[in-house]
Design a protein around this ligand. Structure first.
Ligand SMILES: Nc1nc2c(ncn2[C@@H]2O[C@H](COP(=O)(O)OP(=O)(O)OP(=O)(O)O)[C@@H](O)[C@H]2O)c(=O)[nH]1
Ligand SMILES: [Mg+2]
Ligand SMILES: [Zn+2]
Ligand SMILES: [Zn+2]
Length: 376
């Protein structure tokens, strides 16, 4: 099936021809709000419904979920974010997407469908109420009640030609950390199987060589009542098994052909300790909170510099196994390491957050979008 004609449902992951997706009207008082709009005799759809409402909604032929039509009209990429419990996945998505407008590349992002409510709720919690996000309770999720993929559309103003800026769509699936630690429910495995790129998060506080050097107060304030995930190399072994299983058992010894952004989260915790700051050069890009963008382009050289520094940090804190497992499973050109902080500072003694001042949160997404050729 040609990619341009193929539709992958973000909810059920079935793929089939875009022509088979059911088109619906946006107006709730129109009969085509629920009933399929038919194509004309040439198999084409009009821009507007007979009632003059726009055809902005679609319905999956297989699972009946309502889907924003933008996914059909623009190139679409499904992503997943995986990592142990409390490794900062949900915080990263919230802050990263809020910061997205400040990219220096002329990109804008818009949440589609119910994603805008999810994003608003999380933003209110973190930015206005200064509360940390709550962990996702794996017990509350059942195969019929899984977290929904967030659906985003980005428009690249930097590639505008004759008044027209191209758009792209992606979904990002943010599950419960526990599901990437042990047995994963089948629909998560399916989602990961269809993902074209991954973000893997590592919590620095699960690395003994880092954690033991961090002030106890910073550690406690960051963790508090949050459960701490497993060791990074064990977690990664699970994650790579999960990715392999989801792709029809790609055997060991064969590289997985999918880009992975390996993200060391909560970087603010690391910069509270001089021992770690001293490991980096004085003006090292890793210590600069701004995204790695230069001259309206993603600055891969700068990202590589950061990546090398993170690898060095992991090796010097005895996480050689972790780095090696990544190298053993993924192609070198498909891996980049990042160091980010969503909050910018560890939580206060009372558990609330300081003002949000993110550190390099956009880099993992910008790198993946660059790999997909959505940005320059
Ligand atoms: N210091 C610091 N702590 C953070 C940061 N991001 C997250 N945390 C802490 O980590 C906890 C978990 O963050 P979440 O974003 O909910 O993590 P998650 O990976 O989505 O967790 P699950 O959904 O339970 O798997 C938060 O409640 C904070 O205590 C950060 O940038 N800096
Ligand atoms: Mg979460
Ligand atoms: Zn209508
Ligand atoms: Zn579906």
């Amino acid at each position: 099936m040609l990619e341009n004609f193929k539709f992958i449902c973000p909810y059920c992951q079935n793929d089939y021809l875009k022509d088979n997706v059911i088109r619906l009207c946006e107006r709730a008082d129109c009969k085509h709000y629920k009933e399929a709009i038919k194509p004309n005799i040439f198999g084409m759809y009009k821009q507007k419904c007979n009632c003059r409402g726009s055809i902005t909604r679609c319905r999956c032929y297989e699972c009946s979920q309502i889907i924003p039509r933008d996914i059909l009209d623009w190139p679409y990429i499904p992503f997943s974010i995986v990592g142990t419990t409390s490794s900062g996945k949900s915080s990263l998505i919230t802050v990263m997407m809020d910061e997205f407008g400040y990219n220096g590349l002329g990109l804008t992002a818009h949440p589609l469908g119910e994603t805008s409510e999810i994003q608003d709720t999380h933003k209110e919690q973190v930015y206005y109420n200064r509360e940390r996000l709550m962990p996702t309770d794996p017990e509350a999720l059942t195969p019929t009640k899984m977290p929904e993929p967030q659906i985003w559309k980005i428009t690249n103003g930097g590639r505008k030609k004759s008044g027209f800026a191209p758009s792209y769509t992606f979904t990002i699936f943010d599950g419960a950390g526990e599901h990437s630690q042990g047995q994963s429910p089948e629909n998560i495995v399916r989602y990961i199987g269809k993902s074209k790129a991954m973000i893997v998060t590592i919590d620095p506080l699960t690395i003994n060589g880092i954690s033991k050097n961090i002030d106890i107060k910073v550690r406690n304030n960051t963790q508090r009542d949050r459960i701490v995930g497993g060791r990074p190399d064990a977690a990664l072994a699970n994650i790579t098994t999960l990715i392999r299983d989801s792709r029809h058992h790609i055997g060991l010894g064969r590289d997985l052909d999918i880009p992975v952004a390996v993200v060391l989260t909560k970087f603010d915790v690391i910069t509270t300790c001089n021992k770690f700051i001293d490991m980096f050069k004085k003006n090292a890009p890793i210590l600069n909170p701004a995204p790695s963008v230069n001259d309206r382009k993603v600055d891969i050289v700068q990202m590589k510099n950061v990546s090398d520094d993170i690898v060095r940090l992991l090796e010097e804190t005895r996480e050689h196994n972790f780095v090696q497992t990544i190298k053993n499973n993924f192609k070198e050109k498909n891996v980049m390491f990042f160091g980010v902080s969503s909050y910018g500072r560890p939580p206060k003694d009372d558990g609330t957050l300081h003002e949000i001042t993110p550190h390099k949160v956009l880099d993992p997404l910008l790198w993946l979008l660059k790999k997909m050729d959505f940005v320059d």
